[in-house]
Design a binder for this molecule. Sequence first.
Ligand code: COA
Length: 167
Amino acid sequence: MKKQSERNSAKNIPNVILARATVADMRFLFNLRNDPGVRAVSFNNNPIQWDEHRKWLLKTIENPNSCLFVVKVNRRRVGQVRVDLHVGYGEISVSIAAAYRGKGFAKISIDRVGRYVFKKYPKIKKIFAYIKPENIVSIKTFEKAGFSRQSNVKHKGNRALKMALIR
Ligand SMILES: CC(C)(COP(=O)(O)OP(=O)(O)OC[C@H]1O[C@@H](n2cnc3c(N)ncnc32)[C@H](O)[C@@H]1OP(=O)(O)O)[C@@H](O)C(=O)NCCC(=O)NCCS
């Protein structure tokens, strides 16, 4: 586990951008999705096949109810953040590539995507995150980004902590 000083090293750097995902991000998103650390904390643990991923990405890019962004730092892809829009609320997920964790990139990304969604979609009043209870780093990250703990729930057949950002 990294020390606080190391984790803070890249905080507030100005070059973090959220770029709408495109087909050019297909390979990066595939590798990120199949990263063992990401799979372990996902509600669907099975590795994703390329063809399935390709279909998913093409559909997601076209879907007006899905906001998928690639997180870029100094033009390098470091992670992804996605909010799926439902009636009145959004559901968020985030992942940062292992080499770039602990630098504040998830916190910045969650904060930015939350602001974006609340500004662009006035009918979205809440954004929910479902997190495995043992995924402490993720819970802390969402708390740092302004989410609060709601309740313990069942999500996709697993126990989950439901967290919320309320506008
Ligand atoms: C969870 C995840 C997105 C966090 O990304 P990250 O960029 O490393 O997180 P940040 O650097 O923004 O950290 C935010 C907060 O989390 C906590 N945190 C982050 N890394 C930590 C570590 N190694 N040890 C303890 N706390 C940590 C801290 O509270 C930190 O805030 P602080 O630095 O101001 O104290 C990343 O670990 C990841 O992609 N994990 C796999 C996928 C996943 O779990 N996704 C979330 C499920 S929806």
